[in-house]
Design a protein around this ligand. Structure first.
Ligand SMILES: CC(C)(COP(=O)(O)OP(=O)(O)OC[C@H]1O[C@@H](n2cnc3c(N)ncnc32)[C@H](O)[C@@H]1OP(=O)(O)O)[C@@H](O)C(=O)NCCC(=O)NCCS
Length: 314
């Protein structure tokens, strides 16, 4: 087996592997990965996507790619074909990842690397990351079945109302994200949350680009303080499958917490998805974020998968 630069290949070479990856996302994460797979193919054809392919007798067994975001590298994906056909798939993963990490660590101007590989169960790829000096944060992928009865909604404080997301909420929402995640473990995992410019980039990816499914403004809401008209919380939802919603962001300003706003935002999103006849709502949460995990469990979310986020700072 050889590890070769991904830019030596075209989308057709990658197609069988991507078909398999689409199948994996559908089976394990209730996620339609077709759109992402098509985007990856388009990038592969433009020969600008940095990454590596594991190749044996002309066949691509696995690949990994990354992107540069200023002084940060983000490892976008790592996928190796079904273990049945490969003697040691973890060794292939290890070799691909090692190449990607070393390339990023040796790239001039790169001071930080982030990676969240949702498809890889916790612990599996961590030895490779840990050996290269990364820190690890356990994360959970949780799912709520929307067939279940909606959880009872607590009365919201009369000063606060929930209304649908509008484009005008864009800037205030970025400011809210920055404040809500100050000193939060998720700001260690994703440094975009630390600044207003970063939070705007995050929102841009979620709302304007298909960074994580298709944004659903109908199922995205804000909590507004009635007298000041300022935002107290937000929830953003995308569709990762036609009938599956995914919470890409939920946060409440510190001074408004424990008043039922988080619960009301999640109830508004699940209510809207039920109206659209959706079957599931998924989200990811950092395992150490006890407060959020507890809230989701109480609302009926179940843990489907435990995975890891990795961060390296040079
Ligand atoms: C998670 C978050 C959105 C919850 O918002 P919230 O408005 O405080 O949530 P609620 O008031 O609806 O809380 C509902 C339940 O969460 C749980 N909860 C709230 N505070 C808690 C605490 N200190 N410890 C444990 N559980 C707690 C409780 O079950 C709570 O019910 P209770 O207030 O009756 O005890 C909010 O804490 C937040 O913005 N955190 C920072 C950003 C974040 O972590 N977002 C989630 C990323 S996945």
């Amino acid at each position: 087996m050889e590890i070769l630069d991904l830019r030596h290949f075209g989308s057709e070479d990658l197609r069988p592997l991507l078909d398999e990856e689409v199948e994996f996302w559908a089976q394990h994460l209730a996620w339609d990965y077709h759109g992402s797979a098509e985007m990856i193919q388009r990038y592969v054809d433009t020969k600008v996507l940095p990454g590596y392919a594991a190749v044996e007798r002309g066949r691509i067994l696995g690949y990994s790619f990354f992107v540069y975001e200023g002084s940060k590298g983000v490892i976008g994906d790592l996928f190796v074909a079904d273990g049945g056909r490969i003697t040691n798939p973890h060794e292939v993963e290890n070799q691909l990842l090692t190449h990607v990490i070393e390339t990023l660590q040796q790239s001039p101007g790169i001071h930080r690397i982030e990676s969240q590989l949702l498809m890889h169960e916790t612990g599996i790829v961590s030895p490779t990351f840990m050996a290269q000096g990364f820190s690890r944060h356990g994360r959970l992928f949780m799912i709520l079945s929307l067939d279940k009865n909606a959880p009872s909604r607590r009365r919201l404080h009369e000063d606060v109302e929930i209304r649908r997301w509008t484009e005008a909420d864009y800037q205030p929402a970025a400011a809210l994200i920055t404040t809500a995640y100050r000193g939060h473990v998720d700001a260690e995992i994703n440094d975009q949350y630390r600044t207003l410019a970063g939070s705007l980039r995050f929102l841009n990816n979620i709302v304007r680009f298909p960074g994580c499914g298709t944004f659903d403004p109908e199922s995205s809401f804000v909590a507004v303080q009635k007298n000041t008209r300022s935002l107290a919380g937000i929830i953003l939802c995308s569709h990762v499958r036609q009938d599956v919603g995914h919470v890409t962001q939920v946060c409440v300003l510190p001074e408004f917490r424990s008043q039922g706003i988080g619960e009301a935002l999640l109830a508004a999103t699940s209510g809207s998805l039920r109206e659209q006849k959706c079957s599931l709502l998924s989200l990811t949460v950092t395992a150490a974020n006890d407060r959020a995990v507890e809230l989701y469990r109480q609302l009926g979310f179940e843990e489907k998968r435990a995975f890891d986020a990795f961060v390296w700072e040079g």
